[in-house]
Design a protein around this ligand. Sequence first.
Ligand code: S3P
Length: 165
Amino acid sequence: MKGPLAIIGYMGSGKSTVGRILARRLGWEFVDLDTELAVREKRPIPQIFRESGEGYFRDLESRGLAWALRTEERVVACGGGVVLREENRRLLSAVSTVFLEEDLGVLYARTRGDSRPLRGTSREEFERRYAEREALYAESCGLRVLVDGRTPEEVAEEVLRWMKG
Ligand code: S3P
């Protein structure tokens, strides 16, 4: 049961919801990395992308991740693109990291109504971005959980079983 615990996966996979449940069950602090970055920047993520670009956001994200993973009793829900940088993958590989995997059609549908900057305008674009990332999620995690329509509570149970080893 070694912390911190990081949750990774593509947009809409339930990282924040599952992460919050896990933090409650473990009695640990919960940090949503995107929320933390938006608070630090005093502007929402889409505005950061629009005004300062993706490179600027990725710099913030890397610094935020390094900070977030410094506390043991903490669950950290990461943004979907956190695995793009090698330095981040190295940090994730060194802690307990869970990759939440879900059917791409489900994720696509779930992300249509919101303002995520990289959610893509077409199913093809959404799938292409995932294809670039899947191996990176896989290499950064210690546990790969197929959500497969299960509730966040059920998914959290599986993660807890893994953590209890
Ligand atoms: C991103 C996912 C977002 C957020 C940013 C970039 C990505 O987080 O970090 O918009 O590159 O996939 P969610 O996975 O919580 O949507």
